[in-house]
Ligand binder design. Structure first.
Ligand code: HEM
Length: 420
């Protein structure tokens, strides 16, 4: 047992129940073991102090109720210090006040109104036929190539970038480059050997994407860049203010990264689940109307977001633990989505699960504005897979991303069986 401080009340609350496990470690080999660790901890320790290991200590919130409370109470749990454990800092994130993700209400509302305008009723519906057509074409090509592919590269990386490209009005020729950059951003984490390289690559990719959106905005202002979203964010309408150059560029980056890395991971997790449970593929072929509930279940069962970071703005009690102002608080939605007090048979992949109050898309003011767009993509991929193929099986070892933030597969070799 590890304690971090000598004052009696505080020591009691700051006892680390997993002194030998470092949640900062991105080693993919530990992922399955972590699900078991969280399952063992949840009943007694839905909120616990993760002592200093490779990083300074933080509160880990792993139960459903506590996670929802942290998400909803943005006044107490501030998002302004960074989104992930790797980017978390004691002072404010430099993008705070400018980028939705790291801005608290009330300022958050102004930015969210601007970003949210691009997800207003009808926008996602308008993009759906083009996404559907693209997915069908991609999966037909997979079939025509014999059905054996690295699903992560051949499908999961391409669909979200294409959808984000449509949403953001990006030149099609740029999409491959954007995929290569966004895939670098969260591949960091604290471990020996490779982490510095990964972090440097992540920072470089982030910088290059910022430069790209700034250039697109300049072209939009000159009238030779097409009508990209970054330009429209800056212009404003009768309903919302235009954003400053910095705000427009940062929020376009937030949309491009938030929209692609997560959806890509979710697509690999869904397909990996199908390779593990062939009976689920068959059940869905027999009952394609279950595709929407199966997609929700995939997001619950293997949530692409491992954790999200906040910092307490005041002393507060959460699940009986006394959190002090200034303490880092990390929620673990992957664990919350398997909370047995909320979900019956939480480790079971149930395509009919209803209700399914998972928090894979978060809750509260920062809840994901791209939920509808993500659902369209996941449903299109699953729906067309069921039409074009009769089954899917592993064609080699699946390789998890080396990331303490994203849960998804870097490589997922699969063999689809074409429908005759
Ligand atoms: C399966 C796919 C997705 C998952 C699991 C997901 C998950 C999340 C989560 C958990 C948050 C909350 C972050 C926080 O509370 O700190 C979030 C926020 C966000 N997501 Fe998504 N997301 C997905 C797809 C998308 C898409 C397709 C887009 C847009 C193209 C998008 C754009 C955003 C943005 C801009 C935010 C920040 C919102 C704010 O801070 O107000 N996401 N997402």
């Amino acid at each position: 047992m590890t304690t971090t401080n000598g004052s009696p009340g505080r020591a009691l609350h700051r006892t680390d129940p997993i002194p030998d496990i470092d949640l900062v470690d991105p080693d993919p080999a530990r992922t399955a073991a972590l699900d078991q660790v969280f399952t063992d901890l949840r009943p007694e320790h839905p909120v616990f102090w993760h002592g200093r290991k490779s990083r300074p200590g933080f509160w880990a919130v792993i139960g459903h109720a506590g996670t929802v409370q942290v998400y909803r109470d943005a006044a107490t749990f501030s998002a302004t210090h960074g989104m992930t454990m790797d980017s978390l800092r004691p002072d404010q994130d430099p993008a705070s006040g400018m980028m939705v993700e790291v801005t608290d209400p009330p300022e958050h509302r102004r930015l969210r109104r601007s970003v949210g305008a691009f997800f207003a009723d009808g926008v996602v519906t308008g993009l759906t036929p083009a996404i559907d057509q693209y997915v069908r074409k991609l999966l037909t090509e997979v079939r025509d190539r014999g059905g054996t592919v690295d699903f992560a590269e051949a499908v999961a990386a391409k669909v979200p970038t294409h959808a984000a490209g449509l949403l953001l009005g990006l030149p099609l020729d740029d999409l491959e480059w954007i995929t290569s950059r966004t895939s670098q951003v969260f591949l960091s984490g604290q471990d020996a050997g490779t982490s510095d390289d990964l972090r440097a690559a992540a920072e470089q990719a982030n910088g290059e994407l910022l430069g790209y959106f700034a250039k697109l905005l300049r072209r939009g202002r000159r009238g030779d860049g097409g009508d990209s979203l970054v330009h429209r964010l800056a212009v404003g309408t009768a309903d919302r203010d235009g954003l400053t150059t910095g705000e427009a560029v940062l929020n376009a980056l937030n949309l491009a990264i938030g929209g692609t890395t997560t959806t890509r991971s979710a697509l690999t997790n869904l397909t990996h689940g199908l390779t593990r449970f062939p009976q689920v593929f068959q059940a869905l072929r027999d009952e394609p109307s279950a595709v929407p509930t199966a997609v929700e279940e995939a997001v619950r069962w293997a949530n692409p977001v491992r954790h999200l970071a906040r910092v307490a703005t005041r002393d507060v009690e959460l699940a009986g633990r006394r959190i002090r102002a200034g303490d880092p608080v990390l929620v673990w939605p992957r664990s919350a989505n398997r909370d047995e007090t909320v979900f019956a048979r939480p480790h079971h992949f149930d395509i009919h699960r209803r209700p399914n109050p998972h928090i894979g898309f978060a809750a509260g003011p920062h809840s994901c504005p791209g939920t509808g767009l993500a659902r369209v993509q996941l449903r299109a991929v699953l729906g067309h897979m069921l039409e074009i193929f009769t089954g899917v099986e592993p064609a080699g070892p699946a390789e998890l991303l080396r990331s303490n933030f994203l849960h998804g597969y870097a490589h997922l070799p699969v063999r689809f069986t074409p429908a005759s």
